[in-house]
Design a protein around this ligand. Structure first.
Ligand SMILES: O=C(O)c1cc(=O)[nH]c(=O)n1[C@@H]1O[C@H](COP(=O)(O)O)[C@@H](O)[C@H]1O
Length: 309
């Protein structure tokens, strides 16, 4: 899958991910109304609204982008129908040729991580049959329980040729409370980054490893250091747009080959129609606003990379 991700990035010339984080208040009223008319103001109605919203955005952007990242909490809040909308979104994006990064941020004791890994990236055995439950291509993994929480994911990745992005330095304001603590002279995130590089050596694609890292766009200086600590790991970079990250901050997340990083924007793309900049599209054409926002994001990042050469 890392090879497919890179092939998709090369094909689209767009090192970006559209984050499918459909909070109900981002879903335009006309989409909500239609779903509620069919299913009522129920969890099913919310899940239908979210699914229709996602589908419209994917239809309007899939030719421009290599990958999407649905955030599972945004679906989980709508219970079982929400999780069905999550799986439907994963399937639809894969049909469109997109790589799907399941943002599940899992990690637990070994046996529990194994079940998470099987459910999201692998196959679960049911009698003589086996099933791929959510079948994402990548998953985000929280390593802060230690290596026994991560290794089951790597095992399933090897079997299935799938990948993970391990949280190393997260984009949120309080991420430094623990992640920046100095241990034996170096911040904790650097120790984790080093471990990601070591795990990655066990599971390599053609040029990059199947074990990637998450490093927030909001910490560009740390990104620069971590790029060197994990030269063969793809870095998933959230925090662009709504959290303040800009193209010029991201140059050092990339390698000399122009690869090595993929930048996520969720609200900045899916709720673009709410921004002044894209107001001309109107609420009815929310998906066209998302398409315009994707183009602007790609231009911003490509422009910054070209200027840095
Ligand atoms: O793993 C992630 O994707 C993630 C890690 C991180 O450090 N920061 C972060 O914002 N994210 C996710 O990236 C997305 C960011 O959304 P926007 O701020 O709307 O672009 C959300 O789905 C977050 O859960």
């Amino acid at each position: 899958m890392i090879n497919k991700l890179i092939a998709n990035i090369k094909k689209t010339n767009a090192p970006i991910v559209v984050g499918l984080d459909p909070m109900l208040n981002y879903v335009p009223e006309h989409v909500q109304k239609k779903a509620f008319a069919e299913y009522g103001e129920t969890l099913e109605g919310a899940a239908e609204a979210v699914w229709q919203f996602n589908k419209a955005i994917v239809d309007a952007t899939y030719d421009l982008i290599p990958a999407v990242k649905p955030q599972v909490a945004m679906y989980e809040q709508f219970g079982v129908p929400g999780m069905a909308a999550y799986e439907k979104t994963v399937s639809y994006c894969q049909e469109k040729g997109l790589v799907v990064i399941g943002d599940i941020k899992r990690g637990d004791i070994g046996s529990t991580s194994e079940a998470y890994a099987v459910g999201h990236l692998g196959h679960v055995q049911v009698g003589s049959k086996s099933y791929a439950g959510f079948h994402e291509d990548f998953a985000t993994v929280n390593p802060y329980l230690g290596s026994d929480g991560v290794k089951p994911f790597i095992k399933v990745c090897k079997e299935e040729k799938k990948g993970i992005f391990v949280l190393v330095k997260t984009s949120n304001p309080s991420s430094g409370e623990f992640q920046d603590r100095i241990i034996d002279g170096r911040p904790l995130y650097e120790w984790v980054g080093e471990q990601v590089a070591a795990w990655g050596e066990e599971h390599m694609g053609d040029d990059y490893s199947y074990v990637g890292a998450v490093v927030g766009a909001t910490y560009p200086e740390m990104g620069k250091v971590l790029r060197k600590v994990m030269p063969k790991s793809y870095i998933l970079v959230p925090g662009y747009g709504a959290q303040g990250g800009k193209g010029k901050d991201l140059v050092h997340f990339f390698n000399e080959d122009g690869l090595g990083a993929i930048v996520n924007s969720s609200r900045g793309i899916i709720a673009a129609y709410k921004q002044e900049k894209y107001a001309e599209f109107g609420t009815e054409n929310f998906a066209d606003a998302s398409r315009a926002a994707v183009k602007d994001m790609v231009e911003d990042i490509s422009g910054a990379l070209a200027a840095a050469k």
